[in-house]
Write a protein that binds this ligand. Structure first.
Ligand code: AHR
Length: 869
């Protein structure tokens, strides 16, 4: 079991306070549990303590021991009127009001008031709201009663449910006002009156709460250390000497798949991004629902315009090409001369001399054949390339043509110009560069895909992230909607508040993986949507109804058959029909994405896991352990993974650079016999979320620790990967881009250096520094690995100090040699966002003197070493 470490100082602190406590403190005291309205009620559960019930001392002050998880970020996540009760079995139970509307309350339990189990929100068959919830214990102590007050019209009054496990609840019952014993107390803390519950507890319990808060505060201070404080932290430090000894006979095998990429359609990563389609809203399927009705112009007309007179442009849905693609454009042309234009994704970038495949589905309902001129025009209307197509049929028919671009235009538009009066229907209007990555039809933007390929990722995770599980049951990503003919794919609302055309679907993902030699890691929802959902299950996670799980599980089994099955199988045949008769050789399947580890989740995960294991025992199922590096989902997720003996789990954490510096031993303590780890999402976040040398070096430092733990951490992917300028929902990202440029960040080069210098053997090394301060030691890291394929040895060294390090490297166990090596250096001021790696050739032998500049990452790659047997 993985436990949060206690730093040496904190242990000392706890120990000292403990001793003092024994000498002069009471046997028992009172704690007061409460929340406040500050920050919209989002500050969670606080405790204060008192020895006399008159004078109260806030812990923290106002430290949050438990925060509400309910609902979406922004509007929800609120805790009001918490009510705490110590149960007859010795456990603490807490309920609270989540808002004034919803027909549920929150519940969480804890053994020690510090570690809380994941929260639950019972789905009550009830229409009122749940104000002022209380818990009481039934007299026979067989079960608990949760009661509350409602002021919702039609449900005014007092209500209760009984439960023995806080999982299953009785039907809601009306009760009298007299039966509702609201015994919350009012106390004054820091001159402010607050309401909550009072409990008598042993003094040691109070002390533990105080010490916990102090430890958290101490760690927070460490984790928020930044390079800004380095001049003070390292005042007087001029240089450091490091003697590093590596023994080539002291090694362990490590994962040769450590570095991969996380792909999610966030920040316009897919449509308008790496998916090379240049026409926006090609299927006229944009819908106000994509943006929850918040954008009045986001609809079927989006990105399309009619210029000129005597033509009417409307959207119709009678007899569409396919029910999944139900809208199309209808043009009624009275007199020739108007143009229908598409602006692309903030313009269409075309390059002189390149060819573009134009295609569309057209229909002339009245049977009058129509010629349509198709042009690419610059912003002044000057033509940059053109062709023409003829629509002849009264049934949907695909027509295509090629346009040769005559000049470079970064922001062209597509123009469709009907050449005669009449009526025409248009759908799936597409413009695709022929120059895609690997020349694939319906493929990827070559420059962006190449940057990803250059990382040499050993795997690609897709389709997310939150996109995989959506923000409600109807928004779960269904892989079957993403394959097959483009006109039959089912577009959907993107959880990041835009539209997913599904043009980039599972076939394209798998093909990309194959093209770059990476393992595909599809992630399917574990039968539950995002834990921050606002819909599907009383406004929270909820789950696919159990009676629909068989069919959901069948979809997952079909995915494996589609990927790996013979072309004679039902789903293998579909893959073959799409152009890939050979199996894709899928090895991994992620189930779930940082879900709330609730009963609803566990029930569904078990069913999926059992079915996959029974039908495809060789598939490595990757479980999930919540969104953070600690906390209730992490703890319960790991417990669950151990119970099921899962082969691997997916961990996520976004942390400040200081966290990565101070947690390099995070995996050193992991049980080697338990599930392996896929660190599926991580990134160093500084205030303001820049991507600079400081964040990149913190990640490099941590990646050396991941290499050291490559026996338990099998894979890791930075997240998110892509972000389009002006369309970001999340910062920082690894690669920024616009329609014409790609802009890898400094952190990208760290990923690339690790990806390109990966190995399968880790050598233990001994490092002695001339300065013995812990703050110095934690900012210097070395990792030495060997790649059996190339027989190359790689030495990676990170210096996060503001001074240079003079390294004396000694490699034992190597026949005397001297060789040329490639030394790559990435260095800059911590704020530097433009630094790039510089390569040079150096001479190396068994000993090497080398200088690591301040704030730098160095990789020395020694080719073809002859290791002693
Ligand atoms: O990487 C961005 C988001 O962060 C992912 O969609 C989600 O899994 C995580 O919370």
């Amino acid at each position: 079991m993985k436990l949060l470490k206690l730093s040496g100082i904190a242990i000392l602190l706890t120990f000292c306070l403990g001793i003092r406590g024994k000498a002069s403190t009471p046997d028992s005291a009172y704690i007061f549990a409460y929340s406040t309205l500050k920050n919209g009620g989002r500050n969670g559960l606080h405790f204060a303590w008192s020895v006399d019930k008159i004078h109260w001392f806030a812990i923290g002050p106002e430290y949050s021991f438990l925060k509400s998880d309910y609902g979406t970020w922004g509007s929800q996540k609120r805790m009001f009127e918490p009510y705490l009760l110590k149960g007859h079995e010795g456990k603490w139970h807490c309920v609270w009001k989540i808002n004034d509307e919803d027909a549920t309350f929150s519940y969480a339990s804890s053994e020690d008031l510090i570690h809380w189990k994941p929260q639950v929100y019972p789905q009550l068959n009830y229409q009122g709201n749940c104000l002022m919830p209380l818990i009481s214990c039934n007299q026979d102590k067989k079960n608990y009663i949760v009661s509350w007050w409602s002021n919702k019209k039609g449900n005014e009054g007092y209500h209760e449910v009984t439960t023995s496990d806080f999982v299953h609840y009785s039907l809601v019952k009306n009760v009298s006002k007299e039966a509702f014993h609201n015994d919350r107390s009012s106390v004054v803390i820091n001159n402010i009156q607050v309401r909550g519950t009072i409990h008598r507890v042993p003094w040691i319990s109070v002390e533990k709460l105080i010490n916990h808060q102090k430890l958290v505060a101490y760690n927070q201070q460490l984790y928020h250390e930044t390079t800004d404080q380095d001049p003070l932290r390292f005042v007087g430090l001029e240089k450091v000497q490091a003697s590093i000894t590596v023994n080539l006979d002291d090694y362990k095998p490590i994962s040769d798949q450590l570095i991969g990429v996380f792909f999610e359609d966030i920040n316009y990563a897919a449509d308008g991004g790496i998916y090379a389609e240049l026409v926006q809203n090609r299927g006229f399927e944009y819908s106000p629902a994509d943006k929850m009705g918040q954008d009045p112009i986001w609809n079927s007309f989006y990105a399309w315009n009619l210029r000129g007179d005597h033509t009417v442009f409307t959207i119709d849905s009678v007899n569409p090409i396919h029910p999944n693609n139900s809208h199309y454009a209808l043009l009624k042309i009275e007199k020739q001369g108007a143009l229908l234009t598409n602006e692309g994704f903030n313009g269409i970038a075309i390059k002189a001399g390149e060819k573009y495949d134009f295609s569309m589905f057209g229909r002339v309902p009245n049977g009058e054949k129509m010629k349509v001129v198709v042009r690419l025009a610059d912003p002044d209307g000057k033509v940059a390339g053109q062709t023409a197509i003829n629509v002849r049929s009264s049934h949907w028919e695909k027509v295509s043509a090629v346009i040769h671009a005559e000049k470079n235009v970064p922001n062209a538009r597509l123009e469709l110009i009907p050449q005669s009066p009449g009526t025409i229907n248009l759908d799936m209007v597409s413009l695709f560069p022929q120059n895609t990555f690997n020349g694939r039809k319906n493929g990827l933007r070559a420059d962006l895909a190449q940057l990803i390929a250059d990382i040499n990722p050993k795997f690609v995770r897709f389709p997310g992230g939150c996109v995989a599980h959506g923000d409600g049951l109807e928004n779960i990503y269904r892989w079957k909607n993403s394959i097959g003919p483009l006109e039959a794919r089912k577009p959907q609302r993107n959880i990041w508040n835009y539209h997913q055309s599904m043009g980039l679907g599972f076939f394209e993902f798998f093909q990309f993986c194959e093209d770059i030699g990476a393992e595909p890691i599809p992630i399917v929802a574990a039968g539950v949507p995002c834990q921050n959902s606002s819909c599907g299950g009383a406004g929270q996670q909820g789950g696919i109804p159990l009676n629909e799980m068989d069919s959901y599980i069948q979809d997952i089994l079909d995915l494996i058959e589609w990927a790996n099955g013979d072309k004679k199988t039902e789903w293998g045949r579909k893959r073959a029909e799409a152009g890939h008769p050979k199996p894709f050789n899928l090895k991994y399947l992620g189930v779930g994405n940082e879900d709330l580890i609730s009963h609803v989740f566990e029930e569904r995960f078990r069913l999926i896991y059992k079915a996959v294991k029974e039908n495809y025992p060789d598939i490595v199922v990757i479980g999930t352990v919540g969104p953070f590096s600690e906390g209730s989902d992490y703890e319960r997720g790991w417990k669950f993974a151990n119970e099921l003996d899962l082969p691997m789990v997916d961990e996520h954490y976004y942390q400040p650079p200081g966290w990565f510096i101070h947690n390099q031993d995070y995996y050193d303590k992991y049980d080697r016999s338990g599930p392996k780890v896929y660190l599926g999402e991580y990134a160093a976040h500084l205030p303001g979320r820049p991507r600079n040398i400081e964040t990149a070096l913190a990640e490099a430092l941590y990646l050396t620790a991941l290499e050291r733990n490559g026996d338990v951490v099998r894979m890791a992917s930075y997240a998110p990967l892509l972000a389009k300028d002006g369309n970001t929902q999340w910062n920082p990202d690894l690669i920024y881009f616009n329609n014409t440029e790609v802009k890898p960040t400094v952190g990208y080069f760290v990923q690339k250096l690790f990806g390109q210098n990966a190995g399968d053997r880790y050598f233990y090394s001994d490092m002695k520094l001339s300065d013995h301060r812990e703050s110095v030691r934690k900012r210097v890291a070395v990792s030495v690995i060997h790649d059996s394929n190339s027989n190359d040895l790689m030495v990676k060294m990170v210096n996060l100090l503001p001074v240079k390090i003079e390294v004396k490297l000694k490699i034992n166990g190597w026949d005397d040699f001297s060789s040329k090596a490639i030394c790559t250096l990435l260095t800059g001021h911590p704020d530097d966002t433009k630094a790039r790696p510089v390569e040079k050739e150096i001479a190396v032998s068994n000993t090497l003197d080398h200088v690591l500049p301040a704030y730098s990452f160095t990789v020395i790659r020694i080719p073809d070493i002859k290791m002693k047997k």
